[in-house]
Design a protein around this ligand. Structure first.
Ligand code: TRP
Length: 328
């Protein structure tokens, strides 16, 4: 039996934060042995909104190095940069031509992003989910581990695949979103109604994986809290619940036992300990990250091997698609 194919990606727009780790990367790491894993740095998605070219190039390598530093093992998983494989853009174009406008107009992330976007809204931003569908479908992916905000995009990917298959023959595997409810939604430290986000202009809302200990301490100390003083997970205490989720995910302790430990304690003491937990958690990741960035040949090789070995897979799908459509 072959292993299920897993595909996921993060756009190199902004800084990776502990929400990316808790909601996505740690699950990728955990299932590395059981699955056939493909982890992509989706730079073509990043350019759906304006990026500084030099910053983008550096961030792309930063994200790839952070995947490895967080425990993605290139012997077990393939890591690559989306724009290194032109099949993604090719398939996206073809899928554009089978996707009804009406489906795309319903995408909530597009609606949110286009409201926030101060500059012109491009066709690329509108088509973002089709490019994501191409990423997933090119490798006959079975599982897509993502945060709950991406569920709609995985669903439209299935719809597109199904529509293609029924019109032109069974070419694509239908993927499934894998959403881990226990930690999929880490929210902003400044606004618990919003997801922790790489593109949040308020940098105090997110703890970045590369933040130094002092910055971590400050961000945790200044995190908003709820009224009352109990350190307990509760619907009406979204800020404290979030801090407890972070504490639990990064320390490996159960939420119940943390609640017990801090019974009668103060928010201040809890935050102080939380910031230590976060700093200790980040230390080895940052050390490994620096080692990887210092040896650029190593990273280049990993990325090259990743894209080389994947091109033969994506080419096969693309050829089947072209054949089905009568292209070429
Ligand atoms: N849209 C995803 C996000 O914002 C990133 C992404 C692009 C992705 N292509 C993908 C995730 C393919 C999973 C699979 O998080």
């Amino acid at each position: 039996m072959s292993k299920p194919v897993v595909f996921s990606g993060i756009a190199p727009s902004g800084n990776l934060h502990i929400g990316n780790y808790i909601g996505a990367i740690r699950h990728w790491v955990k299932y590395q042995d059981e699955k056939d894993n493909i982890f992509c740095v989706v730079d073509l998605h990043a350019v759906t909104v304006p990026q500084d070219p030099r910053v983008l190039k550096d961030k792309t390598r930063e994200v790839a190095a952070l995947y490895l530093a967080c425990g993605i093992d290139p012997q077990k998983s393939r890591v690559f940069i989306q724009s290194h494989n032109p099949d993604h853009a090719q398939l996206a174009w073809i899928l554009d031509c089978v996707t009804p406008m009406g489906w795309m107009q319903r995408m909530t992330q597009y609606k949110d992003k286009s409201v926030k976007q101060k500059e012109v809204i491009t066709v690329g931003l509108f088509n973002y989910p089709v490019l994501m569908a191409a990423d997933i479908l090119l490798y006959q992916t079975n599982e897509v581990p993502v945060g709950d905000d991406q569920k709609q995009h995985v669903e439209i990917t299935r719809d597109i695949a199904q529509r293609f298959n029924s019109k032109y023959g069974e070419v694509f595997t239908l993927p499934e979103a894998m959403i881990d409810m226990s930690g999929a939604r880490i929210v902003s430290l400044q606004d618990p109604s919003a997801k922790m986000s790489k593109s949040d202009p308020d940098k105090k809302g997110s703890v970045y994986l590369l933040d130094d200990p002092e910055t971590v301490g400050q961000k945790v100390r200044e995190a908003v809290t709820d009224s009352g003083q109990e350190i307990q997970t509760h619907e009406e205490k979204p800020a404290i619940s979030n801090l407890l989720s972070i504490f639990s995910a990064l320390s490996g302790k159960e939420i119940n036992s943390i609640e017990e430990e801090y019974q009668g304690s103060s928010y201040q003491k809890f935050k102080q300990d939380l910031s230590e937990v976060v700093v200790e958690f980040l230390k080895p990741i940052q050390r490994r990250y620096r080692e990887i960035r210092e040896d650029s040949t190593y990273l280049d090789n990993v990325l090259q091997q990743g894209s080389d070995s994947l091109k033969s897979v994506s080419n096969k799908t693309l050829r089947a698609v072209q054949e089905a459509l009568g292209l070429g």
